[in-house]
Design a protein around this ligand. Structure first.
Ligand code: NDP
Length: 277
């Protein structure tokens, strides 16, 4: 039976540590969040980030833009926030309305305020192993490995999903710990074959039950990034938790695994940006 990695608990511990740092060092970190359009899930994520900011002692300011916003208006707002000395971190909540170019917007955020780590400068820093801002989801997963003493050296890690926000930066993080990394995606010929000797599996697909127990090696570490809804509308991940937890050595639940860690690492990045200032 797998040990459940308790992301909720660890995230709380991280927030409390950060709160202590903010108080002890007399910091006044501030995060600006841009929410563009009316994606319902995004509103929930932004609310969770706001709550976490409150807990840590980070000032939170939300900028709501309508779905009719033009690219220029979005870039102008980012420019204004870039120049605002009070603001340490800028986060553009994705997705943004169709027709807007999110990559150009990420590029506009000054690297020192890019607490999501999506600006190409920070992406490059992660690739060459220099200190910058690491995207919050892979960063949170690395913290989980550390907390649970999961050694990655020489391990075969398979990531399912190649997005810029999860899959690709995850690969860089795992490489930096000397894992041997494979990235799978929708055109991978035989996912089961790729997964069969994986010591570590990271599922970041966004499809319920895409990873089943017969695809996983006995004793594998299974990290479920996916956030999906089941037929009853309940939150669930990409992996078949019930069956895989019988086989894996460690597994993250959904909810209570990767999700809270992503928010906690955002808090850590904002405090870091404030200290760097
Ligand atoms: P994307 O949609 O950007 O990427 C999904 C990836 O999965 C793509 O690379 C896609 O391949 C691949 N894929 C799709 N179908 C299959 C398949 N059948 N077999 C193998 N690969 C497949 O999603 P994100 O990376 O943004 O997010 C993934 C999931 O993680 C979502 O559920 C999202 O909600 C969740 N998420 C959770 C976070 C958290 O904090 N817990 C944070 C961020 C995301 P291709 O590239 O070929 O299209």
């Amino acid at each position: 039976m797998a040990e459940i990695i308790n992301g909720k608990e660890l995230a709380k511990e991280i927030r409390l540590n950060l709160k202590e740092i903010v108080e002890k060092e007399n910091l006044s970190p501030k995060l600006a969040v841009i929410l563009c359009g009316d994606d319902e899930a995004s509103k929930v994520y932004v609310r969770n980030k706001s709550k976490a900011c409150d807990e840590v002692g980070i000032e939170f300011e939300e900028f709501l833009l309508p779905s009719t916003t033009t690219q220029k208006e979005l870039l102008d707002l980012i420019d204004k926030l870039n120049q605002d000395k009070e603001i340490d971190g800028i986060l553009l909540q994705s997705p943004i309305p169709k027709g807007l170019n999110i990559e150009e917007a990420f590029e506009k955020i000054r690297p020192e305020k890019d607490v999501d780590g999506f600006n190409p400068y920070n992406v490059g820093k992660l690739c060459i192993g220099e200190d910058g801002f690491i995207p919050c989801t892979p960063y949170g997963i690395m913290k989980m490995f550390e907390k649970y003493n999961i050694n990655l050296e020489g391990k075969k890690a398979v990531i399912v999903g190649r997005s810029n926000i999860v899959g690709k930066p995850m690969a860089q993080c795992l490489l930096s710990k000397n894992a041997t990394v494979t990235i799978c995606h929708s055109r991978t010929k035989d996912l089961k074959e790729e997964l069969k000797d994986a010591d570590v599996v990271i599922a970041a697909v966004g499809k319920r039950n895409v990873i089943k127990a017969d695809m996983i090696k006995e004793g594998a570490v299974v990290i479920d990034v996916g956030m999906n809804r089941n037929d009853e509308g309940k939150l669930c991940g990409d992996v078949d938790f019930e069956e895989i937890s019988e086989k894996a050595s460690f597994i993250t639940p959904v909810p209570g695994g990767v999700g809270p860690m992503t928010v906690a690492m955002l808090m850590e990045n904002v405090v870091k940006a404030c200290k760097n200032k």
